[in-house]
Write a new protein. Structure first.
Length: 147
């Protein structure tokens, strides 16, 4: 099954020298991508009262400490349809930092590894899906650092 979303307008605005039709499939399931995520834990609205939710929350400033890792940009030096990989790796790195309570060095995982070695499961520069990244990591047992 393949999901296709048209990002032709955004692609044309970001990289006008590139034909927009070259980047029409940024979000798609690859043939080897067989595992889909689904929520099996209770959803927050089932166990939190509205009064228990803070008015403001910013992972970049929890008592003066940031729990976020570096910002990533897929469009430098040129446009690439790997937003799915950048977003997934950024979220995973942040989750690791949050779990470690912001201690230690930031973990920078390799997006390039996903694009080079995960094309059949996770995706490529022409599209992919976040659950394919998690499936690839689970099947391979690792994802290398970006060093």
């Amino acid at each position: 099954m393949k999901i296709t979303l048209c990002f032709a307008t955004a692609a044309a605005a970001i990289a006008p020298a590139v034909k927009a039709t070259e980047y029409r499939n940024e979000i798609k399931f690859m043939e080897g991508h067989t595992k889909r995520s689904h929520v099996i834990s209770p959803l927050p609205h089932t166990y939190l009262a509205e009064d228990d939710i803070p008015d403001n929350w910013n992972w970049d400033d929890i008592n003066g400490k940031s729990y976020l890792t570096k910002m990533l940009n897929q469009h430098i030096p040129h446009y690439c349809g790997s937003c799915w990989a950048h977003a997934t790796i950024s979220a995973l790195q942040d989750r690791i930092k949050i779990a470690r309570k912001g201690e230690g060095h930031d973990i920078n995982l390799s997006i390039q590894y996903l694009l080079n070695c995960g094309a059949g499961i996770a995706g490529s520069c022409h599209g992919g899906w976040h659950t394919g990244v998690y499936q690839l990591i689970q099947e391979k047992g690792f994802i290398p650092y970006d060093t």
